[in-house]
Design a protein around this ligand. Structure first.
Ligand SMILES: Cc1ncc(COP(=O)(O)O)c(C=O)c1O
Length: 365
């Protein structure tokens, strides 16, 4: 008998796959409930921009063709928007693919990447899948990044440092000053990938303008996505902006048609719909303020957020997660390291109201 586990090796066998938030339909089937709410994957509760949907309809007859491998039109529009040259941008199947591309391009098996912990688990999964590793550096008690420790832990095998800003799952951001201080300590041959998946939601005015820093720091790369504020998670479009030489190397490794055409067209239309984006950000702010208020009324602690999700300290996170599931509300339990918390994605006003109502009911039991 062929031994697939042995063939894959111990790194793969011991990999813990990423567990996505439960899809709504699955929960509805399991519990026999009619209308479940998904507040688990930091998606946009308003969905995609109507302009993106319209553009996709027109594209349908073209689905038999391969996508533009060079992402020509979207690249042009985005480059103009970000005020950078087009050859500084690489697109991917979500920013997840850029994380993978960066590691496949720059990290060898005896090297490692680094990230504060807790943060986005995908950094570790991909590193391990590549037979490299991820060094997780614990955050401080208040979940802020321990930049001193991060800098101390860098050695000549540290190829990439992933810094999610704001961080997932905490929603916390770090400042321009903190980033500049840290960058001064990072060796020139160690890449810092700024993971700005939630960039559009940030309202802190000390948040770093990283695109502007790229000239000063050629070892920095900035990664963003159309999955969150632009509401296109299903279409999988992410991108990174960096030094043209870095982008050139990534381009050699990527698959020729890695960014699907529906995604390119929808993302291009979404970039033009600034009214929709403003509404998304406004609703998120309102939702956040409402949830803060209600949690304060209930005497429940939370971590103030710069993103479209937040950590809520409920005591027994796993139990509350399961109780909420039974009530048809899907949130996220993040494991024993954050055992007292659940992570909830901010929804529409109705969804936020239902979440609070169900949480109150559960905690009163
Ligand atoms: C911090 C962070 N980075 C990257 C991603 C990946 O997003 P996508 O692959 O949809 O662009 C996510 C998704 O949840 C995230 O939370």
């Amino acid at each position: 008998m062929i031994d697939y586990k042995k063939l894959a090796g111990k790194e793969i066998e011991s990999l813990k796959p990423y567990i996505p938030g439960k899809p709504v339909k699955e929960l509805e089937r399991e519990l026999g409930v009619e209308k479940a709410l998904k507040m688990a994957s930091n998606e946009n509760p308003l969905g995609p921009s109507p302009k993106a949907m319209e553009a996709l309809k027109d594209f349908m007859p073209e689905m038999g063709r391969y996508p533009y491998g060079d992402v020509y039109y979207l690249r042009k529009k985005l480059a103009k928007r970000l005020n950078v040259d087009g050859d500084r941008i690489i697109f991917g199947t979500g920013s997840n693919e850029i994380i993978e591309l960066a590691m496949r391009t720059f990290v060898s098996t005896d090297e490692h990447v680094m990230s504060p912990a807790p943060s986005f688990s995908v950094y570790g999964i991909i590193a391990q899948a590549m037979r490299a590793s991820c060094k997780w550096i614990p955050t401080k008690e208040d979940f802020s990044y321990d930049f001193e420790k991060l800098a101390e832990e860098i050695d000549d095998k540290t190829r990439i440092i992933f810094l999610a800003n704001p961080n997932n799952p905490t929603g916390l951001h770090f400042t321009d000053e903190e980033l500049v201080n840290f960058m001064e300590k990072v060796p020139a041959d160690c890449i810092v990938v700024m993971d700005e998946a939630y960039y559009e939601y940030v309202d802190a005015n000390d948040y770093p303008d990283t695109i502007k820093m790229l000239d000063k720091y050629p070892n920095m790369m900035v990664m963003r996505t159309f999955s969150k504020a632009y509401g296109l998670a299903a279409l999988r479009v992410g991108f990174a902006v960096g030094h043209p030489d870095a982008i050139d190397m990534l381009n050699r490794v990527r698959q020729p048609f890695n960014t699907n055409m529906g995604g390119q067209i929808a993302a291009e239309a979404a970039l033009d719909d600034s009214d929709f984006l403003r509404r998304v950000i406004h609703e998120n702010r309102q939702g956040k303020a409402y949830i803060y208020r209600e949690l304060e009324r209930l005497g429940i602690e939370y971590v103030p957020t710069q993103a479209n999700f937040m950590l809520v300290k409920v005591g027994d996170g796993e139990k509350v997660f399961n109780e909420l599931l039974k009530e048809g509300v899907i949130v996220r339990y993040l494991g024993p390291g954050l055992g007292e918390y659940i992570r909830v994605s901010i929804g529409t006003a109705d969804e936020n109201g239902t979440f609070i109502e169900k949480l109150e009911k559960i905690l009163k039991r």
